[in-house]
Ligand binder design. Structure first.
Ligand SMILES: [Fe+2]
Length: 442
């Protein structure tokens, strides 16, 4: 780490510092009719885990709208406006039935798509049922997570079935809710902020608590690159006789992908199994929920319960305050920025390029939607979906073409790996490797 012996002298000038308390709401708004909210309404949003939809309806809030989610007796999932279109009673008190949800107040029955199926006792029911329906949104259930699309129904994007979901020998296990009392932007920025992994995520180890692999502590050399649907970082660091290049990415605007937090760079590898994929739901301007999948590879030796505890650590508001102060995690760092981070008060450093890229990506998307165009990351056809790039590529030291202790060599390597991924993304490589392994062992 570089230490500079010239500093701007502190001048006890707090009194004169800017007192800006206005966040950038052009970027951070999520509500209906706002520029940011219209942008977010062009993408599938996670609203619940399928396991949360049981006998009772689930009240959810997404993009500033109150909704009800339920799974009827036929197994179909509905995401409808919360208040019944009859007399506005909340459907969270409704009865989930075989064919839909019935309002508790006067018994109107709605199908999962909002069609009004019954109006008990009304002599004009047939006519009213032709005229009235409940507001609702299309639903897609994938790997135990319920997604909904809240934008214009004449232009529904393909659900992003990413290349990392179909790796042989890797099971997809739904996660748990990470509820965060802050705006969605500061949550997504975290994934293209690799500088924090070797500061925040090594505090637990230094204080005697297992979390990330110890090797994350070594300060990496970083590079950042745009991808077809977002941006990735590549972090190169020496690990014993190897050089380990870790990449992670956001797939705009609300998905992010990481590889294992237990990777230590101990053995050369061309590609490693995915580890977690996250979707961030902007609940409203000041609240968000991360939904995620754990990718569990067949060769994992850590018991899943232990893995789950370590992947959850520091992601929720579920620990005593003093413990969160002593062992802070992503939750503390992100919520600690305030309900909506005031970017005008920041002083960004060299390693914050990913943050700048993420904000630019979102701003450009907001502008595109405002101009009636499709934003980057929006795909109508699943055939157009681009690949993902989160991976661990590990080289023996003698293959990197220079000293592993020379930062310029590491940056050059990270750039080479990034460019190679854009030509040949890592997940198809992994699929081929694993298919070959499976054939060899059968
Ligand atoms: Fe983190």
């Amino acid at each position: 780490m570089t230490t500079n012996n010239t500093h701007k002298p502190a001048a006890f000038d707090g009194y004169y510092r800017k007192q800006v308390d206005t966040p950038d709401m052009m970027l951070c708004s999520v509500g209906r009719g706002t520029a940011g909210g219209e942008y977010l309404r062009r993408f599938w949003q996670p609203v619940a885990y399928l396991s949360e939809l049981g006998e009772l309806p689930l009240r959810v809030r997404a993009l500033g709208e109150d909704l009800v989610a339920f799974r009827d007796g036929a197994g179909d999932v509905g995401v409808l406006h919360l208040h019944c279109c009859h007399r506005n009673t909340s459907l969270e008190f409704g009865v989930v039935e075989k064919r839909g949800i019935r309002c508790c107040y006067h018994g109107r029955l709605f199908a999962p798509d909002g069609t009004l199926l019954e109006i008990p006792g009304d002599p004009n029911a047939a006519r009213l049922m032709c005229e009235v329906s409940q507001g609702g949104y299309p639903v897609h259930v994938f790997a135990g997570i319920v997604f909904t699309y809240m934008g214009p129904p004449d232009r529904i994007p393909a659900f992003p079935m990413l290349d990392r979901f179909e790796i042989p020998g890797v099971e997809l296990v739904p996660g748990v809710r990470f509820e965060l009392e802050c705006n969605w932007v500061q949550i997504k920025e975290n994934v293209v902020d690799p500088h924090h992994t070797n500061i925040l995520h090594v505090i637990p180890q230094r204080r005697g608590v297992e979390h990330f692999a110890d090797e994350f502590e070594h300060f990496p050399e970083l590079t950042f690159m745009e991808t077809p649907a977002g941006a990735m970082y590549l972090a190169a660091r020496r690990s014993g006789d190897n050089v380990w290049v870790r990449s992670a990415e956001f797939f705009g605007p609300n998905i992010h992908c990481i590889s294992s937090i237990f990777e230590a760079g101990a053995a050369p590898k061309a590609a490693t199994p995915p580890f977690m994929t996250f979707w961030t739901l902007p609940v409203d301007d000041e609240k968000s929920i991360n939904f995620y999948l754990s990718h569990v590879a067949s060769e994992e030796t850590m018991p899943f319960d232990k893995r789950r505890a370590l992947e959850i650590f520091g992601q929720r508001d579920d620990r005593p305050y003093a413990e969160r102060q002593y062992l802070p995690g992503d939750h503390e760092a992100q919520v600690g920025q305030g309900p909506i981070n005031v970017m005008a008060l920041e002083h960004l450093g060299t390693h914050d390029r990913g943050i700048v890229m993420f904000r630019r990506f979102v701003r450009q998307g907001i502008k595109a939607v405002a101009e009636g165009k499709d934003p980057k990351g929006f795909y109508l056809s699943s055939e157009d979906l681009p690949p993902t790039y989160a991976n661990d590529r590990i080289f023996p030291v003698d293959e990197i073409g220079g000293s592993p202790n020379d930062p310029t060599v590491l940056v050059r390597l990270a750039e080479q790996v990034g460019r190679a991924y854009l030509e040949q993304p890592p997940m198809p490589t992994l699929k081929t490797m694993r298919s070959t392994e499976a054939e060899a062992s059968s």
